[in-house]
Design a protein around this ligand. Structure first.
Ligand SMILES: [Ca+2]
Ligand SMILES: [Ca+2]
Length: 411
């Protein structure tokens, strides 16, 4: 009991202190205000490659770590000193990449060895357009910023953790939101879930299949609109709101969608025949490895976005399966593991960006900051579970004392 309490106190003290320090230090990394670029001068990576002189501001997707003129690491990063950016998040050809030097002040924030989750994220960088690793490059950066999600958007969450972080994020992702009709979701999914390798198709979330966008519907072989947060868990239906929120709606095969039904998420079960890598049993569904984290982050988003008080139920995670129609979805302990196992990839980040810029104008904070999931749902959920277990034990003890007390006089 003492151990848990002191652990919570330590976490509560150190997280805000660390984040507060970051908030103080981060602005220093951006260089003097006079050197901030104007948006009008921002170049694409292709423009920067063909214009290797003077200084410039370039925006592109982080694709890897260059180690030689024609070698870029796409994983297992070995240093924080260099980045490759491209106009497409899935670029693999080094001839279409710009190599960016990361000087010491930017390494902790942007280096890939320390921040592998930055792969696929947008980077805006200002510096000297000159060869680096004998390749078109940008050196001596004077400003580096991440996607819109990084800075201004999350300002109200700076320095917060646990319940206060959750509350700040709820405010951020619930303001200025455009809600879609359920009918509009069809066309939106054709954009957000487009197959990067085939613009005529969408990728089905659980099965991983690439299927024609035009096969949307309710017949066998069609894809339809899967509510990853099953809509019966809170019974929110398909009116504008949680039932039409693109952050948890995904294309899925009609049959696979009905197999998942309204099951909670948990590990285990038997293999799902037409959705390789997925498993299911009577009360739970385990998605394929490549989308385990995506599923977790969608559920975390829903629990933070919907807090009641706006005509919609307060959706919350719990650590159970088979919870029925209560506005709860589990199991949070497994979802936290999946979030850590399967960090946000380029597809998921681009999807978040598209929902933000084109449709709903709000973001999934756990795609931008997967580390926030443990702060919001980890120690707090654990502490809640623990304190309710302790309360139960205390209640039982009180009942026992009362039973004894009442029995005493009669004897
Ligand atoms: Ca994934
Ligand atoms: Ca909630």
């Amino acid at each position: 009991m003492t151990g848990v309490a002191s652990h919570r106190r330590a976490a509560a003290l150190t997280m805000p202190a660390l984040l507060g320090l970051l908030a103080l230090v981060l602005p220093l990394f951006r260089g003097p205000a006079g050197m901030q670029p104007t948006a009008a001068t921002t170049m694409t990576v292709a423009q920067a490659i063909s214009s290797q002189s003077g200084t410039g501001t370039v925006r592109g997707y982080i694709v890897g770590q260059p180690t030689a003129s024609s070698t870029v690491l796409f994983g297992d990063f070995t240093a924080d000193t260099a980045l490759a950016i491209a106009d497409s998040a899935g670029e693999r050809s080094t001839s279409r990449m710009l190599y960016v030097q990361i000087t010491s002040g930017y390494r902790a924030t942007f280096g890939l060895q320390s921040n592998p989750g930055r792969i696929g994220a947008l980077l805006t960088v200002t510096g000297s357009l000159t060869a680096y690793f004998s390749h078109p490059g940008l050196k001596s950066p004077t400003a580096m910023t991440g996607p819109a999600g990084d800075d201004a958007y999350y300002a109200a969450a700076a320095g917060k953790s646990g319940a206060s972080l959750k509350s700040a994020l709820h405010g951020i992702i619930s303001s200025g939101v455009t809600t879609l009709s359920y009918d509009a979701v069809w066309n939106a999914l054709k954009v957000t879930d487009q197959d990067p390798a085939n613009p005529s198709n969408v990728i089905l979330v659980y099965s991983g299949t690439s299927r024609s966008k035009s096969l949307n519907g309710g017949d066998p072989g069609d894809w339809n609109r899967e509510h990853v947060w099953a809509k019966s868990h809170g019974d929110f239906g398909t009116g504008n709101g949680p039932g039409t929120d693109l952050h948890h709606l995904r294309p899925e095969d009609v049959h696979v969608n009905s197999e998942r039904d309204n099951k909670d998420f948990d590990a285990g079960g038997t293999a799902v025949q037409d959705a390789p890598g997925n498993r299911t049993d009577a009360d739970s569904w385990e998605p394929r490895a490549a989308v385990k984290g995506d599923v977790a982050r969608m559920i975390f988003y829903m629990a933070v976005r919907y807090e009641g008080g706006d005509g919609h139920p307060d959706l919350e995670v719990d650590d159970a399966t088979g919870g029925g129609t209560a506005p709860r979805l589990g199991r949070v302990s497994v979802l936290l593991q999946w979030n850590a196992q399967d960090p946000p990839d380029a597809f998921e980040k681009k999807r978040n960006e598209t929902i933000y810029s084109t449709y709903q104008h709000n973001r999934n904070p756990f795609i931008d900051h997967p580390e926030w999931a443990a702060s919001v749902f980890g120690q707090d959920t654990f502490a809640r579970t623990f304190s309710s277990a302790l309360a139960t034990v205390a209640d039982s003890a009180a009942v026992m004392r009362e039973v004894k007390w009442r029995r005493m006089p009669s004897r």
